[in-house]
Design a protein around this ligand. Structure first.
Ligand SMILES: [Fe+2]
Length: 313
């Protein structure tokens, strides 16, 4: 692969190119300023530094995935034929992904309001960040980047049961809209919707983002927040500081979480079929009003997210 040149002039040229970096990406900023949520991936804008960041992230994660990731993720990495050396092109990823489960990675400019995010999943589209973290910030990133989305999430989308689970999350968002539409009092409608969205976000967090799964070879990771974190993936399985419990829906929907440190509490599912059955139950509970009064606390449900549900009503 091409590396940043040792020629000082050229090196200056490389570092002076913002490329598509999470902290600086004029192309993405312009799209956001125009209110464009869905964009294309201007592949030519990635700098050599961006590609080098991908190469470093990928090469250091590979042995960790082999040690800690569930087998379907490892099969997914192979099936997608990700290039360890270059930031992936979404069209290449989709060429291998779509025939397997119908899922596609869809480029977005940044944060997607909650209803639209889940609705994309229902249509087997995964909103995908195209920027990549800075080369001097490989370890910590509060927001998603293309490494988290493509290397952490998308390999799981090659698995049929997992892909169907994501679609069921999308169904849940539509059920939330139905439930909210039945409430006439506006304040009560907002209160109930906030509770339902909070419960769903918590369940998504403790499964799709930070889930652990039992296997014949011991506990394995399937949550993408863990699969894209060099430090936390091993910590989640091995650290005595982490509490790990068999998942219970009534616990998870009432459990607050914080995003700025390693997770001290994780939940274990038996299989992807088990996970699917839990999302089914989540939707059933939503219909029965059992998500209308979940415990207060994180995550906060912001106005943009609530409005995205109300607009769909
Ligand atoms: Fe994520």
């Amino acid at each position: 692969m091409k590396r940043p040149s040792s020629d000082p002039n050229q090196r200056h040229a490389v570092s002076a190119t913002p490329g598509l970096t999470t902290t600086e990406a004029p192309f993405v900023e312009e799209a956001k300023s125009k209110g464009e949520l869905y964009i294309h991936q201007p592949y030519e804008l990635y700098s050599e530094e961006n590609h080098e960041t991908w190469r470093r992230l990928y090469s250091r994660m590979l042995p960790r995935w082999r040690q800690f990731a569930n087998s379907r993720f490892l099969e997914g990495i192979d099936a997608l034929r990700l290039d360890p050396e270059r930031v992936p092109k979404l069209e290449d990823v989709n060429r291998f992904l779509s025939p397997l489960t119908g899922f596609r990675a869809k480029a977005v400019s940044g944060y997607i309001p909650a209803f639209l995010f889940f609705d994309c999943l229902r249509n087997r589209e995964f909103p995908t960040t195209i920027t990549i973290r800075r080369s001097d910030k490989l370890d910590y990133l509060p927001e998603p980047d293309i490494f988290h989305d493509i290397a952490g999430h998308v390999p799981m989308h090659t698995d049929c049961a997992f892909a169907d689970t994501l679609v069921r999350f999308g169904d849940c968002a539509h059920t939330a809209v139905e439930m909210a539409a039945e409430i006439r009092n506006e304040a009560e409608q907002l209160r109930v919707l906030t509770s339902i969205v909070k419960a769903t976000a918590r369940f998504f967090w403790f499964t799709v983002e930070f889930g652990l799964m039992r296997s014949g070879a011991g506990l394995k990771v399937y949550g993408s927040g863990l699969l894209s974190s060099y430090g936390e993936i091993g910590h989640s399985i091995e650290s005595p500081d982490v509490q790990r419990y068999p998942i219970q829906l009534e616990w998870v929907i009432n459990q607050a979480f914080e995003i700025h440190h390693y997770q001290p509490l994780l939940f274990i599912v038996d299989s992807f079929d088990h996970l699917f059955s839990l999302v089914d139950r989540l939707e059933k509970w939503m219909r029965e009003g059992r998500l209308n009064n979940v415990a207060p606390g994180e995550p906060e449900v912001n106005e943009t997210d609530l409005r995205s549900f109300l607009r769909a009503a």
